[in-house]
Ligand binder design. Structure first.
Ligand code: BDR
Ligand code: CA
Length: 313
């Protein structure tokens, strides 16, 4: 059983990641923290409350996190995820109470409580994780690991940017936080655009049609979340669910080890995640704490998405 803290900026694909996490028998979600990203943290926290209520999991502690990136100006992805962050999905007014702690305190407490048994799964900008590492610089050695949806590494033909020509949104949104996290030595697995945007791994129209066919409460939520995006983009990149799929079953993924540097400034490259593939960088890469997903078993991945996100197990 993988015990995880889910750090999120819900977000359409974050919502799908919730559905996957809570229907995976290999995963126990111990806590959820929210962060400014796709939408502002108030809105994102409201979305997280609605999703936990939808899933009947109000027993999971939920803490609000950073309202702003560390240094950079705020940005959002409302043009993609819609004004509420959940596109056309409509969920009841949430009643669930928030934990009194901040996200950083919750991360610190969970690291103390679970130590190496805890994996932090960050599917939004890394502001909370970076702030927690600043508060306790031993986190990288205390925790089991960090799985992030983030980065774009140029390791596949899909590894180009989505926030600008070369940067992925989560890293671009708070590049200073990402730099701090990557330089902290925390063992990291990165699910980046190299695989999430790879055509074969996206949600196709056929997979979407299969997922909304049952006409259940769950399939109607998926329709509200994804329908317009599937139409607009002829399919859908399963960014955040892929990170949860990795946690549930890492045997579907092939990884390569690289040192990762983050471009925090730059005229055209802010938020770029840089890996050095030159032969003489081999020794640095061999010792690096970061592994990047470069290949996915598309058939097994899509089966997991259809069976768990759509059907709930
Ligand atoms: C990432 O950015 C957000 O818009 C998505 O929720 C995902 O976490 C993809 O670049
Ligand atoms: Ca996200």
């Amino acid at each position: 059983m993988k015990r995880i803290l889910l750090d999120t900026d819900p977000g359409v694909d974050d919502a799908l990641a919730f559905l996957l996490a809570f229907s995976s028998p290999e995963i126990s979600v111990e806590a959820v923290t929210t962060v400014d990203g796709n939408v502002d943290v108030e809105r994102g926290t409201r979305n997280a409350r609605q999703l936990l209520e939808f899933l009947g999991r109000t027993d999971v502690p939920l803490a609000r996190g950073a309202a702003h990136p560390m240094l950079k100006e705020m940005g959002s992805a409302e043009d993609f995820h819609g004004k509420t962050g959940l596109m056309d999905a409509v969920l009841p007014e949430p009643k669930m109470r928030l934990d009194r702690r901040s996200a950083v305190h919750m991360i610190l407490d969970e690291v103390e409580r679970l130590g190496k048994e805890l994996t932090i799964v960050a599917i939004g900008p890394l502001t909370n994780v970076a702030a927690a590492i600043l508060a306790d610089t031993d986190i990288p050695r205390k925790v089991g690991g960090l799985v992030i949806m983030g980065g774009s590494f140029g390791l596949t033909s899909a590894g180009i940017g989505n926030a600008n020509a070369v940067a992925e949104f989560n890293v671009w949104h708070d590049p200073d936080a990402a730099k701090l996290v990557f330089n902290s030595g925390i063992p990291t697995v990165c699910i980046g655009l190299d695989t999430t945007m790879f055509p074969e791994y996206r949600m196709s129209r056929a997979l979407y049609a299969e997922m909304i066919a049952p006409k259940t409460k769950r399939s109607k939520l998926i329709e509200g979340l994804c329908g317009a995006l599937v139409e607009r983009y002829n399919g859908f990149s399963l960014h955040d669910p892929m990170a949860l799929a990795y946690v549930a079953d890492p045997t579907m993924f092939r990884l390569e080890r690289y040192n990762v540097e983050v471009e925090t400034r730059g005229e055209h490259t802010m938020g770029m995640t840089v890996v050095d593939r030159r032969r003489f960088a081999g020794d640095v890469n061999k010792k690096a704490a970061h592994q990047i997903v470069v290949e996915v078993d598309a058939t097994r991945f899509h089966r997991m998405i259809a069976d768990r996100i759509a059907k709930g197990g």
